[in-house]
Design a protein around this ligand. Structure first.
Ligand SMILES: [Zn+2]
Length: 370
């Protein structure tokens, strides 16, 4: 039973958003286009990024209307969560059962991923996006050409690997990754953020849907679909076969964990949800359920879409385009149906279980894990 806390004031939320360095702020920042915070974060980062003071001031004056939009968006997210709780609980139940059955293990050998020199590193990312066609390749290349990707960024909380700052007035953005090495782990975090860049430039900016995104359940789908595709690419092109396995397995572990927490929250006798997405119950549970839901669904769809891409890359892009274009118009149930999956099979994970199981077994064999 979910109770929505209607009392939560937008001021509290903004106060949280301004608290520098919190992951919550990062999400809020993206959604609000809160340019005051943005100004701070960019100043904090490096001298490489210079944004005209005038532009920032111009945007700041619109802040009031963003606040109003966002309150509505937060409420809409809570309603969507309430409407989809049975579906989410079922996915979580099946995932949990399946992971126990196959003795799923997070083979977290992230140190074993391959390293490259800077040029090869860049080439790997560019050639990966080239497989999607010119339109995608050009966007990605512009981020490299205009020096809009920064590694070794300090603006992170634990758990967050990368971060995308959309700047609609530049019709572009900036990408930050906390990792510093030119290896496939860093590449994967940049690929994920480039997915957000592509989503922004192809869908969010032109559709004027960049604000507010709080209630967008599909927010992480494009970035994760490109990210999961990258793991497959690392394997199929033999760029870093082990790395592809390890990184994908690590993401499956996150997926299982997120759904576990979603289920735990939704099974509470009484669950309080604040409008920023934080869930609380009497047993001391307290975490950002919204983050779990958008990432959990992102990975769940991402792995499903990557199965489609293996057999039919064109269909994959059509489906991704459809989901991104319709993100605010269709329900989660519609999205499952439109992507051509049988509802029951989608919920019980039939399409992705074989891949997860095989990857996990192969990893255990390669790294001699019992
Ligand atoms: Zn993301």
């Amino acid at each position: 039973m979910i109770k929505i806390d209607e009392e939560q004031l937008i001021d509290d939320l903004l106060a949280t958003s301004i608290e520098f360095g919190s992951a919550n702020k990062d999400f809020l920042q993206r959604e609000y286009n809160n340019f005051i915070v943005l100004n701070h974060s960019l100043a904090y980062n490096s001298g490489k990024i210079i944004i005209g003071e005038k532009d920032i001031l111009k945007k700041t004056s619109h802040k009031k209307s963003f606040e109003k939009y966002n309150l509505q968006s937060q409420r809409e997210f809570l309603c969507k969560l309430r409407d989809n709780q049975e579906l989410l609980k079922s996915i979580a139940k099946h995932l949990n059962r399946f992971s126990r059955k196959i003795k799923f293990e997070n083979c977290c050998f992230l140190d074993s991923v391959k390293s490259f020199n800077e040029n090869d590193f860049k080439d790997i990312i560019l050639s990966y996006f080239r497989t999607y066609g010119d339109k995608y390749y050009r966007i990605v290349k512009s981020y490299f050409d205009n020096n809009r990707i920064q590694t070794d960024s300090e603006m992170f909380e634990e758990g967050l690997g990368g971060y995308f700052v959309p700047l609609i007035w530049l019709y572009s953005g900036y990408i930050f990754s906390k990792y510093s090495k030119y290896n496939t782990l860093t590449a994967a975090s940049i690929v994920h953020e480039l997915g957000h860049a592509i989503d922004s430039e192809l869908f969010l900016f032109p559709q004027q849907k960049k604000i507010p995104l709080h209630d967008d359940l599909f927010l992480e789908i494009p970035s994760i679909a490109f990210e999961v595709g990258f793991y497959d690419y690392l394997k199929s092109q033999k760029i870093d076969y082990n790395g592809g396995l390890v990184l994908a397995n690590n993401r499956v572990a996150t997926l299982i964990y997120e759904f576990k927490r979603i289920r735990q929250a939704l099974l509470s006798k009484e669950l309080y949800l604040y409008e920023n997405g934080v869930a609380e119950n009497e047993e001391g549970l307290n975490y950002n359920l919204r983050v779990d839901v958008i990432y959990g669904l992102g990975y769940y769809f991402g792995f499903h879409l990557s199965e489609i891409r293996k057999n039919n890359p064109k269909e994959f892009l059509e489906l991704l385009n459809y989901l991104m274009t319709m993100r605010k118009e269709i329900s989660l149930e519609d999205a499952i149906e439109k992507t051509g999956f049988n509802r029951e099979d989608f919920i019980n994970g039939r399409y992705i279980k074989p891949r997860i199981k095989e990857d996990c077994l192969e990893l255990k064999r390669r790294y001699k894990v019992d």
